[in-house]
Ligand binder design. Structure first.
Ligand SMILES: [Zn+2]
Length: 336
């Protein structure tokens, strides 16, 4: 069997004809297997959804209980048969509940990794390499220039700024699912025990994380009626990236804007957004993680999707691994 007979791109998403299902479809389908809860991968309106319990919970929180007609839970490492295909979900280390999906038939195994990373993250289960014939990898940061610093180093930079500017409110822009909770968890891990203020848009997901045993310490709502001149001074306020530079931030004392994103590696992006304290913190694999992971899977063939496909395809070819870009549409950088 050729790999493209097991899994191939369609306008709806990656399709498996033998099992008649799609992985992370961007349009409503009969049967969807979902890698993780980010909005560009997990959409509402499918008839049946198979995903980890956490991803199903996150979809319910975001879209309401009727986001699909029926749901099925996939536990990490457990094989399930769909038609003539065996599928299994494995940790991707991206956000809580995130999974790579292995699809196997006639002795051929393809792993669709969704979004993933290898850097330390106490808020989700670490990535596990899965041996396979074909590995489908993202390429959000698929250029050698992208090497993320250690997350603790970035956390220490935020802590240093708080010490240096105790009179200023530190507004940290962070994507609401995963990144926001990771920033908070990181600050706790370096001993920041003060209450952290959170924007209303992060409240439900953060509460859900806490309910799953992720330690985020004391969180308080950032939304208040009363404005005082010292509101938020010397405190961390975590908010969606969209509010940076917005009038929402003006309710706080001399707001200092920080942004936790892999894109902060590019100074120009930080400048464009008026970010004073760029924190390079990504939930996507950097160049070294991408190439190390490709080797660990032992795959003889690699399909590269959403991001900078070219450099990674070329790296594979130079290392004797067949590779091609997989043109899937509808996946974004999700403000990472
Ligand atoms: Zn994602």
């Amino acid at each position: 069997m050729r790999p493209q007979d097991l899994l191939h791109p369609c306008p709806e998403g990656l399709y498996c004809p033998l099992g008649d299902f799609f992985i992370d479809p961007v349009r409503p389908v009969d049967r969807a297997l979902i890698t993780h809860g980010h909005a560009d991968h997990a959409r509402a309106g499918h008839r049946t959804v198979l995903a980890t319990r956490e991803t199903l919970d996150i979809m319910r929180l975001r879209y309401g209980a009727d986001f699909a007609e029926s749901r099925q839970v996939a536990a990490y490492g457990e094989g399930l048969d769909i038609g003539d295909v065996r599928v299994s979900f494995h940790p991707a280390g991206h956000v809580l509940g995130s999974a790579q999906i292995a699809v196997e038939a006639n002795g051929l195994r393809i792993v669709a990794s969704g979004d993933y990373k290898r850097h330390l993250d106490a808020t989700c289960t670490p990535f596990e390499p899965v041996r396979c014939d074909v590995f489908i990898t993202e390429a959000t940061f698929g250029l050698p220039v992208f090497v993320h610093p250690a997350p603790e180093v970035e956390a220490e930079r935020l802590a240093a700024s708080l010490r240096q500017f105790p009179e200023r409110a530190h507004i940290v822009g962070a994507y609401s699912l995963g990144k926001a909770q990771r920033v908070i968890s990181l600050m706790r891990s370096i001993g920041h025990d003060e209450p952290i203020l959170i924007h209303g848009a992060l409240a439900r997901i953060s509460r859900y994380y806490q309910g799953q045993g992720i330690k985020l310490g004391r969180l308080e709502p950032a939304t208040v009626e009363e404005e005082t001149a010292t509101r938020g001074a010397g405190q961390i306020i975590v908010a969606p990236p969209s509010v940076l530079g917005d009038r929402w931030t003006r309710r706080f004392a001399d707001p200092l804007s920080a942004f936790a994103s892999g894109w902060m590696r590019i100074r120009q992006r930080a400048r464009q957004r008026g970010v004073e304290l760029p924190l390079i913190l990504s939930d996507h694999a950097d160049w070294n993680e991408l190439t190390a992971t490709i080797r660990e899977t032992g795959a003889g063939e690699v399909w590269v999707t959403h991001g900078r496909e070219e450099a990674l395809v070329r790296w594979c070819e130079l290392h004797g691994i067949a590779a091609r870009p997989l043109n899937l549409v509808g996946y974004e950088d999700e403000a990472d």
